[in-house]
Ligand binder design. Structure first.
Ligand code: HEC
Length: 107
């Protein structure tokens, strides 16, 4: 294979990777982040142990989560003291909660 042909394939290859990357990202950011599909499962998994017994801050109910969405954003994604130290949560889940609130905390 001569160098020009090799270079041609190389450029094509990089182009394909970049193109795929862009389409995947566009899909991700275009998708609506909703309570039902995204936030509620995180609340269920990471917060229910404590909050399902706390009236007013039972995040398993959309009305509560929506009313306190700014506080949730603050404690989970900014101050990061919820869930309390020692309780498990993923970085991606903190980000998803932020995206949910930033996107209008849709149901
Ligand atoms: C280990 C138990 C526990 C877990 C797990 C937990 N919390 Fe809490 N949370 C508390 C307690 C206790 C309070 C009340 C004291 C305080 O504000 O720090 C509280 C308070 C809060 C408040 C403030 C409510 C208000 O009206 O001011 C928010 C918001 C909150 N939690 C969000 C969450 C979210 C979201 C999760 C899951 C990602 C979570 N918490 C997980 C125990 C927990």
């Amino acid at each position: 294979m001569n160098r020009a042909v090799f270079f041609g394939f190389f450029v094509l290859f990089i182009g394909l990777i970049t193109f795929n990357g862009i389409t995947v990202n566009a899909k991700k950011s275009g998708e609506d982040i909703t309570y039902t599909k995204h936030a509620q499962p995180i609340f269920e998994k990471r917060c229910a142990v404590c909050h399902n017994r706390m009236p007013g801050t039972n995040w398993m109910k959309y009305s509560n989560a929506y009313r306190k969405r700014v506080k949730i954003l603050n404690r989970v994604s900014i101050k990061r003291d919820m869930p309390p130290v020692g309780m498990p949560i993923e970085e991606s889940e903190r980000e998803l909660i932020k995206k949910w609130v930033d996107g209008g905390a849709k149901e």
